[in-house]
Design a protein around this ligand. Structure first.
Ligand code: S3P
Length: 178
């Protein structure tokens, strides 16, 4: 197993923000799989979904994990909310390092993503039902993939980043004063 920290969780769990805070505080390289995919495809995720469909996007996620296993170590890695749904991706992530599940409640997701139009998986007439259904389906898979689970509701990005550092990196304070 390699020595990366991989942040997983539902859309709106704070993976992107927490990974940035953690990488900065710990002076570690930061990798964002969604960004890698968008850069390679030359378009944003919602465009990839629209033009090529979800399955193609999922395939690109698997390819990126394989690439990271070949090329990346000692980094903070943030992945898209649906990546752990594929069984092979859960296995690849655990090869890549310590997997941290940022847990979030449906009501928090809805609050944080109010007005957001960038998430193709949430394009639905009844967004609340969509979030609840997807979360119910995905939560056991996130737990299955994770070494560590952190509840993020009512916590700041900085607090969650510190908790990740303490539990996954085995350090306290995240390089900041307490
Ligand atoms: C997705 C989540 C998105 C992005 C894509 C699909 C999902 O990432 O990968 O829109 O299936 O949950 P975030 O979790 O960073 O929003």
């Amino acid at each position: 197993m390699k020595d990366n920290v991989i942040l997983i969780g539902f859309m709106g769990a704070g993976k992107t923000s927490v990974s940035r805070a953690l990488a900065k505080a710990e002076n570690l390289p930061l990798v964002d799989i969604d960004e890698m995919i968008e850069k390679e495809a030359g378009m944003v995720a919602s465009e990839i979904f629209r033009l090529y469909g979800e399955e193609r996007f999922r395939q690109m996620e698997t390819e990126m994990l394989e690439k990271l296993i070949r090329e990346t170590d000692h980094s903070v890695i943030s992945v898209g909310g649906g990546l752990p749904v594929r069984e092979i991706n859960r296995r690849l992530m655990r090869e890549l390092g310590t997997v941290v599940f940022l847990n979030v409640k449906a009501e928090t997701v809805l609050k944080r993503l109010e007005g957001d139009t960038t998430r193709p998986m949430l394009y639905a007439d009844d967004k609340e039902k969509r979030v609840n259904d997807l979360l119910a389906f995905r939560s056991p898979l996130y737990r299955e993939a994770a070494h560590i689970v952190i509840d993020t509701d009512d916590k700041t990005i900085r607090q969650v980043a510190r908790e990740v550092a303490r539990t996954a990196l085995g350090v306290t304070g995240c390089g900041e004063s307490q």
